[in-house]
Design a protein around this ligand. Structure first.
Ligand SMILES: [Zn+2]
Length: 246
C-alpha cells in the first residue's frame, strides 16, 4: 500500500514538473509493485506469464555463451539464472524464486518500470526524436526489446562492481540509423542493441567480456571496425562476438 501511495505521489510530482518536488517524495523504487507483482513462488516445472517476467529480469545472469529463452517455462536454465542472480545479490541461492528474490527485483526497479540504472529516456534518444518510432518493428515492440536489454545491462553493471555504464546509443529509427552510419541490418532499429561509451567506468574490454555472460549474442568492441569508442551489445539469434584488441 505504501508503495502505491509513493507511486501516486511520484506521478503528482511529475505532473507538477519539478525536480525539487521529485526529490522530496518517495525513493526511486517506490513504484515497483505498480510495474509488476509476483503472487506465487516460482520453481522448476512451472510456467506462465509470471515466469516470463522473471526470465526477463534474470536473463543477464546466464553462463558464458548462454542465451536464456524468454518462453515462460521454468526449466533448468531459468533455475540456474535465478541461482546466479540470488548469489550475485547475496541472497540464499536455491534457484527458487520466492519473496526475497522478488523483493530484490522490486528494489532494482524504478518508476518507469526499467531497472534502476537504465531508463527509456536514454534508449529512445533516436537522433533527438525521443521515441521508438520509425524502426524495423513497431514502437511497442522496440520499447519492450529495449526493456529486456536494460535488464541484461543491469546484470553487467552489477557484475562489474556497480560502476556506471553510459549508453551512447539505444534505439534508432531507420533514418536515424543511416544518418549515424549504422549497418543496414543494425539491431538498433529493433531496440535490441545498446552502445556503451568510453565515459563508462569499466574498460571497453571489461564490458565486452562481461556481455558474454549476460546473454548477448552480438558483441562488438575495440579492434572491430567502427567500435574503438564504444562496445555494442545486442540480442540476436546467432552469435557474432568480435573485439580483436581485447
Ligand atoms: Zn551499436
Amino acid at each position: 500500500m505504501r508503495k502505491k501511495i509513493g507511486y501516486v505521489l511520484a506521478v503528482l510530482a511529475i505532473a507538477l514538473g519539478g525536480t525539487m518536488a521529485m526529490s522530496t517524495v518517495s525513493p526511486s523504487t517506490a513504484s515497483a509493485d505498480a510495474c509488476y507483482t509476483w503472487n506465487r513462488t516460482l520453481t522448476t516445472g512451472m510456467s506462465g506469464s509470471d515466469v516470463k517476467e522473471l526470465q526477463i529480469r534474470v536473463a543477464g545472469w546466464v553462463a558464458s555463451g548462454e542465451n536464456l529463452a524468454i518462453d515462460g517455462v521454468y526449466g533448468a536454465a531459468t533455475a540456474a539464472a535465478v541461482k546466479r542472480f540470488q548469489s550475485g545479490y547475496g541472497l540464499a541461492a536455491d534457484g527458487v524464486a520466492g519473496q526475497a528474490t522478488f523483493n530484490k527485483i522490486y528494489s532494482l526497479t524504478d518508476s518507469d518500470c526499467t531497472p534502476i540504472h537504465f531508463d527509456h529516456s536514454e534508449f529512445n534518444y533516436n537522433c533527438g526524436a525521443r521515441n521508438y518510432n520509425g524502426g524495423k518493428v513497431g514502437a511497442a515492440t522496440a520499447r519492450e526489446n529495449a526493456r529486456r536489454v536494460m535488464w541484461q545491462l543491469e546484470a553487467v553493471r552489477h557484475k562489474l562492481g556497480d560502476r556506471p555504464l553510459v549508453v551512447t546509443s539505444g534505439f534508432r529509427s531507420v533514418s536515424c540509423n543511416s544518418s549515424v552510419g549504422g549497418s543496414a541490418t543494425s539491431l538498433h532499429m529493433y531496440g535490441q542493441a545498446a552502445d556503451l561509451g568510453l565515459s563508462s567506468s569499466p574498460s571497453q574490454c571489461q564490458m565486452w567480456n562481461s556481455g558474454k555472460s549476460a546473454g548477448f549474442e552480438e558483441l562488438l568492441g575495440p579492434g572491430y571496425p567502427g567500435h574503438n569508442d564504444h562496445v555494442h551489445m545486442a540480442n540476436k539469434s546467432s552469435r557474432f562476438w568480435s573485439a580483436p584488441n581485447c
